[in-house]
Design a protein around this ligand. Structure first.
Ligand SMILES: Nc1ncnc2c1ncn2[C@@H]1O[C@H](COP(=O)(O)OP(=O)(O)OP(=O)(O)O)[C@@H](O)[C@H]1O
Ligand SMILES: [Mg+2]
Length: 228
């Protein structure tokens, strides 16, 4: 089977006014369809850099990154936009909800430019229910708890039925109970929405809720292990 994500000698160098920082030093790995992978490693290891490349928010400086067999650096801006909009969904440590929109409207936002308003509303409501927020649809973000806001962000990331969910320390601002709940939801969507999940975390216990763990240190993958 073709991996959904494949990296070959993937490198990323950031150039600042004063220095060059090699954040990724030649990564080789693949993520299979249906995987639920935790990305672990010390601060500055390159986790966010990698997720940003996979999410097409940034571009590599050498090597290859393939998504479902398509090489990203061969794609035009229009095709990259299409991937950002429909192929990947991103979740961050900060929830980035729009304060003036209801929870349901936030979830539906990625479908703003898609046709079929009624279907979109049904999917938005379905996703709110999936993340356990059926009775919070009309709440504004400030009327939600942190854990609830992150669940809205996950539902929003799923709105356009992406093939991959990329989550960058999604539980960084949450307490232990909410953090566990977020990982339980990631496990559930991995299963029911048939979406591949790649999540960066510093929490060893949470990482073991995933199916496998990829360890990154100083811009290199140092270990990959199956959890169960
Ligand atoms: N936009 C940027 N410009 C220059 N250097 C950067 C930039 N973004 C990240 N870096 C550097 O690249 C390296 C990798 O950073 P990255 O944010 O990917 O680490 P991380 O593993 O996500 O860390 P953390 O666990 O703290 O979030 C670090 O040395 C960082 O300082
Ligand atoms: Mg990071």
């Amino acid at each position: 089977m073709q991996p959904i994500i494949e990296a070959r000698n993937l490198e990323k160098i950031y150039k600042t006014r004063v220095e060059r920082i090699q954040a990724l030093k030649g990564l080789n790995f693949s993520v299979e369809k249906g995987d639920f992978t935790a990305l672990m490693g010390p601060s500055g290891a390159g986790k966010t850099t990698l997720l940003n490349l996979i999410g097409c928010l940034d571009t590599s400086t050498a090597g290859e990154l393939l998504m479902d067999g398509r090489q990203l650096d061969h794609l035009k801006e229009k095709e990259l936009t299409e991937i950002r909009r429909n192929f990947v969904g991103m979740v961050f440590q900060e929830f980035f909800l729009i304060e003036t929109l209801s929870a349901l409207e936030n979830v539906m936002l990625p479908a703003l430019f898609n046709p079929g308003k009624k279907i979109q509303k049904e999917r938005g409501a379905y996703l709110m229910e999936l993340v356990g927020l059926k009775n919070r649809m009309q709440h504004l973000p400030r009327e939600l708890s942190g854990g609830e806001m992150q669940r809205v962000a996950i539902a929003r990331a799923l709105m356009n039925s992406p093939r991959i969910i990329l989550a960058d320390e999604p539980t960084g601002n949450l307490d232990r109970k909410n953090a566990l709940n977020i990982f339980a939801i990631l496990a559930e969507i991995n299963h029911t929405e048939d979406v591949t999940v790649l999540v960066a975390t510093h929490n060893v216990k949470l990482a073991h809720q995933a199916k496998n763990i990829m360890y990154i240190s100083d811009g290199l993958i140092i270990k990959e292990e199956a959890v169960r």
